[in-house]
Write a protein that binds this ligand. Structure first.
Ligand SMILES: [Zn+2]
Length: 157
């Protein structure tokens, strides 16, 4: 029996649930799943430019665990671009330390560090038409596993 993976600290949820290749019919698309903790590793090291030691501390994991995590994450990003796959961001072992809401009327994204004080309207325009981004990632979403694959997209075929 494998021991349970300790939850990795993630600062805030991703702002999207995934990305689709441009110009490829949906029926050809396979997908690759980037876990939330893998996304966070990319964000900290490759987007924010932190060294692995610092990024590992922020995620409350060891440096060697972080290095394995980011190598896996980079491999998945590369697979989505080179092998032309839809990138789905979901799953993994993580806990968010803050909440994001997005207003569907004015587009504003607001961050809240206390889960007990999340407003029901947009702080910018007061619209009630808001999405709580954390909830996207708290339940598994239904998605297509299939797809016929993008021709020539996989080196092994
Ligand atoms: Zn708004």
């Amino acid at each position: 029996m494998s021991r349970p993976i300790k939850k990795r600290t993630v600062q805030e949820p991703p702002k999207i649930q995934g990305m689709k290749p441009i110009g490829v019919p949906a029926s050809f698309l396979e997908n690759v799943i980037l876990c939330i903790d893998e996304y966070e590793a990319i964000r900290l090291a490759d987007y924010e430019g932190l060294d692995h030691q610092k990024a590992a501390e922020i995620m409350c994991i060891s440096r060697s665990t972080f290095t394995r995590l980011i190598e896996k994450a980079r491999g998945k990003l590369a697979e989505s671009i080179v092998a032309v796959k839809e990138l789905i961001i979901e799953g993994g072992s993580f806990s968010f330390i803050s909440d994001l809401i997005r207003c569907l009327d004015c587009g504003e994204i607001s961050r809240f560090d206390n889960p007990n004080f999340i407003p029901e309207t947009c702080p910018n325009c007061k619209s009630a038409n808001i999405v709580h981004l954390n909830q996207w990632f708290s339940v598994g979403r239904e998605h297509r596993r299939g797809g016929r694959g993008f021709r020539g997209g996989h080196g092994g075929w």
